[in-house]
Design a protein around this ligand. Structure first.
Ligand SMILES: [Zn+2]
Length: 114
């Protein structure tokens, strides 16, 4: 479960929400202060319910998660590039009996001469 970053500051407003079955429901909005310093207006019930889908921050928590996932991807990609250099890097492609072969430059020059 994520940490709750929002701290109650003050009551903001109540909006009347009409449910599909016709019932009116008062939705309470409060002003919260996020750990990152942002003021954020959120539904009281979303902040106080301790569920994965609750509101846990002004949005900075989501941004950090996205950044962390991107960083992890970058690391994996970087390792992949290091451990697997392209086998054709700096080589010349020639066709031998209909098959593509890659020669080192020095071998390629010998091949050209023969
Ligand atoms: Zn925040």
């Amino acid at each position: 479960m994520p940490e709750q970053r929002l701290t109650f500051v003050k009551y903001s407003k109540t909006e009347i929400y009409v449910r599909p079955d016709g019932h009116n429901e008062g939705v309470i909005y409060n002003l919260y202060k996020c750990n990152c310093g942002n003021l954020y207006e959120a539904r009281q019930r979303c902040v106080e319910s301790k569920a994965q889908s609750s509101t846990w921050s002004c949005g900075c928590l989501k941004l950090e998660n996205v950044k962390r996932i991107n960083d992890q991807r970058k690391n994996v990609h970087g390792k992949y590039n290091k451990s697997k250099p392209s086998p054709t890097k700096g080589r010349k492609a020639i066709m031998v009996n209909g098959k593509r072969k890659y020669l080192k430059l020095e071998d390629y020059l010998i091949y050209l001469r023969t």
